[in-house]
Design a protein around this ligand. Structure first.
Ligand code: PMP
Length: 315
């Protein structure tokens, strides 16, 4: 049943990475095994999509300002020490450097991290320095764009009172790993997590939408989900097309009667869900509206269509 490709690999898009304000080779930019991110996952990150336009030879970053804002918000929630928030200007300069010095001429994902930069620090970030890193990478599509098979996980999404899901915290991905491992071992591509109250939250690395009666329904931001930027793009884009979007609690049983289901994320893009717990969603094929949104999202990423010019940063 597993449809994701496991043979092709993700790789760095060039030898250089950004670390502590300068470009270094990936080999010389490694952290100590005693560093706080290794010991406690004390880091926050975001993954930004960058499209390369072969005609104009320009790189186009999608919703860069929103990624920088979420990165700063995540740092704030965890309590990483920053004299001032990372500016959009500095972030853009680092990104431009990285793409030019690596001679990147393809679509890439760019992972940027703020981390507690201390060795043998103990479980705290208070009073300790924070550093920044950034690298570009490429690889096979995260999910089969034709669709995936998921289960509802027996693990629950970590609640805001334990590890806040709206912060993109490296250490919190253990929760996703537990779900993903279980799903893969049972022959699924991925899992859907319920929150501790038993309502649908999201998948391991993507937000979820169900379609019922022509309406898009997605859990609201207080449902222990990451406030996904792709989720917000879909909401804004759909509303602009006159499609009704409702943000509310979703019950597990609604997954079994939905007309269509898809998940959204920078890596996941828009991926149709074909079955849940081995039950076909509608007829077990990608739905019409899902496919339409999937195509339109690709055009938004490359700036071919837009509803908000500020979403595209030309580098
Ligand atoms: N939820 C989780 C847990 C994620 O890791 C991601 C991927 N960043 C998302 C949702 C989707 O967020 P975005 O659309 O901003 O990539």
């Amino acid at each position: 049943m597993v449809t994701a490709s496991s043979s092709a690999k993700t790789s760095f898009a060039g030898p250089q990475i950004h670390l502590r304000g300068r470009l270094v080779t990936e080999e010389s930019g490694r952290l100590s095994i005693g560093s706080a991110p290794i010991l406690y996952g004390l880091a926050v990150y975001t993954v930004l999509p960058v499209t390369y336009d072969v005609k104009t030879k320009q790189h186009l970053a999608f919703r860069l300002a929103d990624h920088v804002r979420r990165l700063n918000d995540s740092a704030k929630i965890v309590g990483l020490q920053l004299d001032e928030p990372l500016s959009e200007k500095k972030f853009t300069e680092h990104l431009h450097d990285l793409l030019v010095q690596n001679n990147v001429r393809q679509d890439v994902l760019v992972r940027s991290t703020l981390f507690t930069d201390e060795v043998l620090a103990g479980t705290k970030s208070h009073g300790l320095p924070t550093s920044f890193s950034m690298y570009a990478y490429s690889g096979p599509q995260f999910y089969n764009p034709n669709g995936i098979h998921v289960c509802v996980s027996s693990w629950r999404r970590t609640p805001d009172v334990c590890i806040p899901s709206r912060a993109k915290i490296n250490g919190s991905y253990i929760n996703a790993t537990l779900m993903k491992n279980q799903a893969l071992a049972e022959g699924y591509d991925d899992a859907i997590a319920l929150d501790t109250a038993g309502h649908v939250a999201e998948s391991t690395v993507a937000n979820i939408f169900i379609i019922r009666g022509g309406k898009l329904i997605t859990p609201d931001p207080s449902a222990d989900i990451l406030e996904g930027i792709t989720r917000d793009t879909v909401i804004q884009w759909a509303e602009r097309q006159g499609i009704k979007v409702v943000q509310r609690q979703i019950d597990r049983s609604e997954l079994y009667i939905a007309d269509e289901i898809f998940i959204t994320g920078t890596s996941a893009r828009i991926t149709p869900v074909l079955t849940v717990d081995k039950r076909p969603v509608a007829n077990g094929r990608a739905g019409k509206l899902t496919k339409q949104l999937q195509n339109e999202y690709a055009e938004l990423l490359s700036g071919k269509v837009t509803i908000e010019p500020a979403w595209i940063t030309v580098l």
